[in-house]
Design a protein around this ligand. Structure first.
Ligand code: GDP
Ligand code: IMO
Ligand code: MG
Length: 425
């Protein structure tokens, strides 16, 4: 199978960036298909740490990197990211969809004002996608047009009443904003021109030529707008299916769907988290795993591995195999368990609650995990190229237990943040 979709199988930050970097070596194109600067994908290679907010994580392999139609783009942030990679000696082969939507400063201001309840990243994601759905937002093709300034001013006029009513601007500050932002964004448009194209057509041509296309999801399945823990979700679809809508994956062409999961669970922002840990146990796991957000630096909430939620995510996203990350972190802490079901009022339930307040109430059913072998980097190296059956007993039995519960295989095990700390079975 030439084409692969990588998606998060939890609430984001599962290690998608690391795995995309690993898989990109065998790929020709790497395509982001959803989200925007809310994503923070970390790649560590040869002692350097790279954080990708927009740029697909295949960039270090010098692959063609695409931002598909489903992505929302803050041009200023993207240009800064391009510049920082150029400064560090890389030459990003970037292509941007003309149809991708543009994030403006007023989207960010609305998000900062109203996003607290959800604990958003404050990057303007929700307001941009909602104005896209309302058919009043601008796309990349608008800001690169010859009459970009007029298009931007016209679009701002359409949202003026709303911005004034929400006290984002006064009449006077709105006029100033219109003048400065239209000139600023038209200038970004000029700088973008060389990158902008019909990216879905590039994917189609590559697929026809039997090149390998790697689709990189942002966020995680449980943050999906339709199937996640609504309203504590992001504003795009994070499922593998979104690679078809937002990235140009072609229905009917065989495709591998790889879900990424940590060996435990984390979440950033508000919303239900049935297996969340508190107190010292949480602090120990957070510190062992350096669990701080790559985009906002917020401490991540941490908890036991929620296999019940993971199995739900696998089913709704059609995930066929798993890569499990951070087994090395799990080995550093004791007492993490696996959740194999939920109870409400003492009764086991057989569904994943759609209602957030109900999910807040569930009582997880746990099973103990044997202490995971804490291997040194050199010891881990000896397992390269070996099969699952050769792994230390504690790790082998943990993997087997998970595979039996979620009914799909773990085909990749990640035991450190570096590219080469990965075992492919
Ligand atoms: P993403 O958003 O899914 O790409 O994940 P993030 O980059 O936000 O967060 C994952 C973090 O875990 C990053 O700091 C990675 O460098 C790190 N990481 C990924 N895989 C492993 C692993 O197997 N072990 C350890 N210790 N860290 C890992
Ligand atoms: P990556 O791609 C983890 C969370 C936010 C918040 C909710 C809505 O790095 O895995 P938004 O700004 O999208 O409107 O915020 O979603 N969130 C993420 N959590 N990883 C991410 O991306 C996230 N992107 C958004 O914390 O709870
Ligand atoms: Mg992240």
């Amino acid at each position: 199978m030439k084409n692969t979709i990588v998606v998060g199988a939890q609430w984001g930050d599962e290690g998608k960036g690391k795995l995309v970097d690993v898989l990109a070596e065998q790929s020709d194109l790497v395509v982001r298909f959803n989200g925007g600067g809310n994503a923070g994908h970390t790649v560590m290679h040869a002692g350097e740490t790279y954080k990708f907010h927009y740029m697909p994580s295949g960039m270090l392999h010098n692959k063609v990197c695409i931002l598909g139609t489903g992505v929302v783009i803050n041009p200023k942030d993207l240009l800064e990211e391009i510049q920082s990679f150029t400064d560090s000696g890389h030459a990003p082969k970037l292509k941007i969809s003309a149809r991708a939507h543009v994030i403006f400063p007023h989207h960010q201001l609305i998000d900062e004002k109203g996003g607290g309840k959800i604990g958003t990243t404050g990057r303007g994601i929700g307001p941009t996608y909602s104005q896209k759905a309302s058919r009043i937002n601008l796309r990349i093709l608008d800001i690169i047009a010859d009459d970009a300034i007029t298009r931007i001013k016209d679009a701002l006029r359409d949202v003026k009443d709303m911005l004034l009513a929400d006290e984002i601007f006064t009449e006077e500050t709105f006029q100033q904003y219109c003048e400065t932002v239209s000139a600023e964004y038209a200038s970004y448009g000029n700088q973008f021109k060389p990158y902008v194209t019909d990216t879905e057509d590039l994917v189609r041509i590559a697929t026809k030529a039997e090149e390998a296309v790697l689709f990189e999801g942002a966020q995680g399945t449980l943050l999906d707008l339709n199937y996640g823990t609504y309203p504590f979700v992001t504003s795009s679809s994070t499922l593998a299916a979104a690679a078809f809508v937002g990235g140009g994956a072609i229905p009917g062409v065989p495709i591998r769907i790889l879900g990424i999961t940590k060996a435990y669970t984390t979440r950033v922002g508000e919303g239900p988290f049935p297996t969340e840990l508190g107190g010292d146990a949480a602090t120990n796991l957070r510190e062992a795993g350096h669990e701080y957000g790559a985009t906002t630096g917020r401490p991540r909430r941490v908890g036991h591995l929620d296999l019940y939620a993971l199995r739900y995510a696998i089913r709704i996203s059609g995930i066929q195999e798993l890569a499990m990350t951070k087994i090395d972190t799990l080995a550093l802490v004791n007492g993490v368990k696996a959740c194999i079901g939920y109870k409400i009022d003492g009764k086991k339930i057989d569904y994943f609650p759609a209602d957030a307040p109900t999910l807040e109430l569930v009582e997880p059913i746990y099973t103990d995990i044997p202490d995971i072998a804490d291997l040194s980097k050199d010891e881990w190296k000896t397992y390269q190229g070996k099969s699952k059956a050769d792994l230390p007993e504690s790790i082998k039995s943990y993997i087997k237990f998970i595979e039996e519960f979620v009914e799909i295989p773990i085909t990749i095990l990640s035991h450190g943040p570096e590219r080469n700390e990965t075992i492919v079975f």
